[in-house]
Design a protein around this ligand. Structure first.
Ligand SMILES: [Zn+2]
Ligand SMILES: [Zn+2]
Length: 330
């Protein structure tokens, strides 16, 4: 699956490649100057926006199908739409998990830790139930062969092994030799954590370290300038696991916190609403979406659909700081 994806993406990259458009610009990259007037001054922005799991997954599945039309990665995007359909279905079909206890919330607040972080997944009936339900209800007729084999492999996995894989994912450990299996486990984890995050008190969620979700401790998948808050053009990181959005200062690296050497690039002749923010200090990059200009942008779906940006950023020796559990490319 990965090999086919890379090959397809290479074609996109070749199609989009252009000569450098200015000093410091890489092949195919347009350097976009940040607007200083948009920095800071967004004190009215709520710190977090907790997910609404039903709307999140239903909207994402729809977005994936829209993006798949005429896209070189169309088959993969449609396959993901089937996975996300199962996520949306699980949210509707399964009882809502019990919220975190007051004692647990108090303990995490006392230690400044994300309340959903470090949860034991072994023996967790809600997580196990979500994964089992999804495996039984996923309709993936056109899925890549490797994905179908992975689905069968996860089906055959003992529950303890599924939980161990999920625990590793919460710590950012995606096993290179089991990336396809990890996709299904991570998809169930997204459902499990988003339903718990939805029950938190958003006003009580405290900032964590740079690049760490304050609700679950996950890393961002991408970041967005949003239009839904009264604080116009505030920037949020989108959690790769629980779907929480948290406010992050603009023109500041989400990985190392540096405010020096930040640059923005889009692809010439490509989307102007999805680009990358690169950091010269730690050589990382993250997708940066202008959701205030296109409300349909989804932090996970549009990240996959703009894979050509990843290839170009890597060509410039930047490493990806965000993780997309539905598109693990190594
Ligand atoms: Zn999270
Ligand atoms: Zn950095």
């Amino acid at each position: 699956m990965c090999i086919a994806t890379w090959a397809t993406a290479e074609r996109i990259m070749a199609r989009n490649r252009r000569e450098p458009s200015g000093p410091g610009a890489g092949a195919g990259f347009n350097n976009v100057q940040p607007d200083p007037s948009r920095v800071g001054g967004v004190t009215e922005a709520p710190f977090v926006r907790l997910p609404d799991p039903a709307a999140l997954f239903a909207g994402r599945a729809e977005r994936l199908r829209v993006l798949a039309e005429g896209h070189p990665l169309g088959d993969y995007l449609r396959f993901l739409a089937g996975v996300v359909d199962a996520q949306a279905g699980a949210v509707v079909a399964l009882p809502t998990p019990a919220p975190l206890s007051a004692a647990r919330l108090a303990l995490s607040a006392e230690h400044g830790m994300p309340p959903l972080g470090g949860q034991p997944l072994r023996g967790n009936a809600d997580f196990a139930g979500v994964l089992a339900w999804m495996l039984d209800h996923m309709d993936l007729p056109g899925a890549p062969e490797a994905a179908q084999a992975a689905q069968a492999a996860v089906r055959a996995m003992p529950e303890e092994e599924r939980a161990a894989l999920a625990s590793g994912i919460t710590e950012g450990a995606y096993p290179l030799d089991r990336m396809a299996e990890a996709l299904f486990v991570a998809a169930a984890l997204q459902v499990h954590l988003s339903r718990l995050a939805a029950q938190l008190d958003g006003t009580a969620v405290q900032p964590s370290a740079d690049g760490v979700c304050p609700a679950c401790g996950g890393v961002p998948v991408s970041s967005m300038v949003v239009g839904w808050t009264q604080a116009s053009k505030a920037r949020y990181c989108a959690c790769s696991l629980c779907g929480t959005l948290w406010n992050h200062v603009r023109i500041k690296c989400t990985a190392c916190g540096s405010t020096d050497g930040i640059a923005y690039y889009t692809i010439e002749d490509g989307s102007k609403t999805v680009g990358v923010e690169t950091c010269a200090a730690c050589r990382s990059y993250i997708k940066h979406m202008q959701q205030h200009e296109d409300a349909g942008l989804d932090p996970v779906a549009d990240d996959v659909a703009t894979y050509a940006l990843d290839l170009l950023a890597r060509e410039q020796d930047f490493r990806r700081s965000g993780i997309n559990p539905l598109f693990l490319t190594g």
